[in-house]
Design a protein around this ligand. Structure first.
Ligand SMILES: Nc1ncnc2c1ncn2[C@@H]1O[C@H](COP(=O)(O)OP(=O)(O)OP(=O)(O)O)[C@@H](O)[C@H]1O
Ligand SMILES: [Mg+2]
Length: 385
């Protein structure tokens, strides 16, 4: 039976991996479910041995058994060349390949066991050629012909997703504010005559994301327990097993995400015979994250300045992507910099946009020459504005 060619896009994130494919029936770009619960898979790995690597929730579950074999965010060590985990010295592409392989297996199962005709992988705008090569090395481990593998930067992919519903004229500028689990990436892109984008400015902070906010809440919880239940605090600090701490971290993250919708949320701290429920309000959370968000705003302002955007009317949109961009205070603070845009699930738009970036018919731009990859107008700057 002849098989319709299909394409796969993977956004390998610091916290989560998301994927999109051209649907087996519809042929249009769709998000690919990666767990039985939803579209995202944790990017974590558990290295039992170099040939036996568990990923996602299975890896998180195994972590308690042997923390030395666990890597929560293999994306963070992609530039290291080699990593030591569970006593093994392995190439930093190996854990990445395990994550990509898992996604690829799920995707090929949906397509009758056939491999994709094209695999598109996304990466931060600021990645060096060496980091991008490590991503390609990981893809090579999947056995796909290298000519079938393309890379596209995350803000380019996001900008292409935006053009699925908004037609952009050449010369139009769009800002992408991608606020994920571990990083903040801001870019300004300009639509060009070729039907794609030039990145004209990019900045970011590799240490600012949703995980920082989880840590702030954890410190706030410790302060609350100091007053309410110091014995529980001592237990947490001294003898609590990994699963108790993991459950607390999970409760904190879920409460934080809920605070984007609700004025307050409850965090449960339980273990060792103790049980406390602590309520946190959105106001309290906003106090905790105000300083890093001010930093995010000033980085955004600096990126817009780099791009010559001095007035918000010069920007088609400041497009918010990444899970942490759902926080209402982010919207309030960025609103003064330009017209904000949000589309669909901000955690999967990069994977979907990756496919739009390589298929002109799927995007709302004047379809011209073939898309360009990795040709930013100016090298990205990372750090302080
Ligand atoms: N509704 C929400 N409100 C606040 N934060 C949220 C919400 N939904 C998800 N998050 C946070 O977003 C982060 C994950 O976002 P995302 O999946 O975009 O990150 P990532 O792509 O893995 O990371 P990165 O882009 O840094 O590589 C987590 O910290 C998560 O708790
Ligand atoms: Mg991301």
């Amino acid at each position: 039976m002849s098989q319709k060619p299909w394409q796969l896009g993977i956004d390998f994130g610091t916290s989560n991996t998301a994927a999109a494919h051209t649907g087996a029936v519809s042929g249009s770009v769709e998000t690919l479910p990666l767990t039985h619960q939803g579209n995202l898979m944790a990017s974590s790995v558990f290295v039992e041995s170099p040939d036996n690597i568990a990923v996602g929730d299975v890896a998180i579950n195994q972590a308690e058994r042997n923390p030395a074999a666990y890597m929560a965010s293999p994306k963070r060590s992609i530039g290291h060349g080699m990593v030591t985990v569970n006593g093994y010295n392995i190439a930093s592409s190996v854990p990445v390949a395990a994550v990509l392989q898992n996604v690829m297996s799920r995707a090929t199962a949906v397509h009758g066991g056939h491999s994709p005709s094209q695999l598109v992988l996304t990466h931060p705008e600021a990645w060096s050629p060496r980091e991008i090569q490590t991503l390609l090395d990981a893809a090579a481990d999947l056995g796909l012909d290298t000519s079938k593998v393309k890379t596209v930067s995350e803000p380019r992919a996001a900008a292409h997703y935006y053009t699925r519903t908004n037609t952009l004229q050449p010369g139009t500028k769009i800002g992408v504010f991608d606020f994920g689990g571990g990083t903040l990436d801001i870019a300004v892109l300009e639509a060009n005559d070729a039907g794609t984008f030039d990145v004209i400015a990019a900045r970011g902070d590799n240490g600012l994301g949703g995980k920082n906010f989880d840590a702030f809440i954890r410190r706030w919880i410790d302060d609350e327990l100091e007053a309410r239940n110091p014995d529980l605090l001592a237990y947490l600090r001294q003898s609590a097993p990994v699963n108790v701490v993991h459950n607390l971290d999970d409760s904190i993250r879920r409460a934080k995400e809920l605070l984007s919708e609700a004025p307050s949320a409850t965090i449960t701290v339980a273990g060792g015979g103790f049980h406390e429920t602590i309520q946190i309000t959105r106001d309290e959370f906003e106090d905790l994250i105000d300083a890093p968000l001010q930093k995010a705003v000033s980085l955004t302002r600096a990126t817009l300045n780099d791009a010559g955007v001095t007035d918000s009317s010069q920007l088609e949109a400041l497009y918010l992507t990444g899970g942490s961009s759902r926080i209402p205070l982010v919207h309030n603070l960025l609103g003064e910099l330009g017209p904000l845009a949000t589309l669909d699930d901000p955690k999967t738009v990069v994977a979907q946009g990756a496919l739009s970036a390589v298929a002109p018919v799927l995007r709302g731009m004047a379809a011209g020459a073939a898309p360009q990859y990795g040709q930013p107008g100016q090298p990205p700057q990372y750090g302080q504005p």
